[in-house]
Write a protein that binds this ligand. Structure first.
Ligand code: TMO
Length: 345
């Protein structure tokens, strides 16, 4: 080959190698940077979808003022801790908790009772931020009623039909020291249903014979049931099912049927506000990000469907057996271990 032709080729090759080297060595840091970015990127977006419970925020569970709700919160808290999450029990108000659920201050509303909570639940949902995680397997009723022995002793002939209460002969068996000579209905704490029950008494034309008093706590309702039984006097007390009282049985008064809008708070009038409570659902609500921020916990929560007997069991450990809520939750989990483990899957 002609030398004059070889030289440019050699020079060309050398330049080529040099250029390749410079370009490659220049690119090196670029590649490293890109790799770094790629590493950073999935790490930060994965935080939102992290499957590692330890890196998630504490799960905030509302605590209200009746036993099954509090024990259920403790059951969830203990199970979530078993799964490696942190869980906090947060004192909450029955109605206001749905706004807290919407904004993410709370992650669950695990006992949402149709009769008293459907309204704030759906209002919060319509603003955005609340999701429906399904129903427990438990029909519910929240209603005024009497212990079975009041019926057995015929203290108000005609019960459970509410019209029995139009009789002064009935009302006089339910007079107490604080009731101005009228029969007394002991309603739950006013924060549960506001004025629904006093409005009902008015709407049904019962207010000349009956008066409504609000209890300060659920415990005050159970204390009244025990005291009335001991004294052998009539008593009308707000109660609900599922509850620990399901074991003995309880007689709920039958009022004119509920329909959507019958209550004053739902746009009803004194013509309609005599309606009773619905036989309703028991629902689980969640903050909309809960499935994303705590996927394993949400899986448990979505599988967690209690029946009436289990909800009664949770309440009875506290209200009949005198356990603390945390002890009751531990006992409940032990008694239902296979189910708890199944719901984690
Ligand atoms: C909400 N409650 C079960 C007490 O009626």
């Amino acid at each position: 080959m002609d030398k004059s032709k070889i030289l440019p080729i050699v020079i060309g090759l050398l330049i080529g190698i040099a250029v390749t080297f410079v370009v490659t060595s220049n690119k090196q840091p670029e590649i490293v940077e890109v790799v770094k970015e790629v590493e950073v990127q999935p790490a930060s977006s994965a935080a939102a979808f992290n499957n590692d419970p330890a890196s998630a925020d504490p799960i905030r569970l509302p605590v209200l003022n009746w036993s099954s709700q509090i024990v259920m919160a403790n059951v969830m808290s203990q199970i979530f801790q078993e799964m490696g999450y942190e869980a906090e029990l947060v004192p909450a108000d029955s109605v206001a908790r749905y706004e807290a659920l919407r904004t993410g201050e709370l992650h669950t509303a695990h006992e949402t009772w149709q009769s008293t909570m459907a309204k704030p639940f759906y209002e919060a949902m319509s603003k955005g931020g609340v999701i429906d995680t399904g129903n427990h397997k438990a029909p519910t009723l929240e209603e005024m009623g009497v212990p079975n022995w009041v019926v057995e002793q015929n203290l108000c002939p005609g019960l459970p039909n509410w019209e029995a209460m139009l009789s002064p002969e009935c009302a006089k068996n339910f007079v107490t020291a604080d009731s101005d000579g009228k029969g007394r209905w002991l309603e739950g704490p006013i924060e549960w249903h506001g004025n629904v029950i006093p409005e009902r008494v008015e709407a049904l034309g019962l207010s000349d014979l009956w008066t409504v008093k609000f209890a300060g706590s659920a415990d005050a309702l159970w204390a009244e049931l025990a005291a009335a039984k001991k004294e052998g006097r009539g008593t009308v007390v707000f109660n609900w099912t599922p509850n620990f009282t399901d074991y003995e049985g309880y007689t709920f008064i039958e009022f004119p049927p509920f329909f959507q809008g019958c209550r004053i708070e739902d746009g009803g009038t004194m013509e309609t506000a005599g309606c009773g409570s619905p036989i309703g659902w028991l629902k689980k609500g969640a903050h909309y990000k809960f499935p994303i921020t705590h996927p394993q916990a949400y899986k448990f929560y979505s599988h967690m469907v209690f029946d009436s007997k289990q909800i009664g069991e949770m309440a009875s450990y506290v209200d009949l057996d005198g356990m603390t809520h945390a002890e009751a939750a531990t006992a409940f989990i032990a008694n239902n271990r296979a189910l708890m483990d199944e719901w984690k899957q």
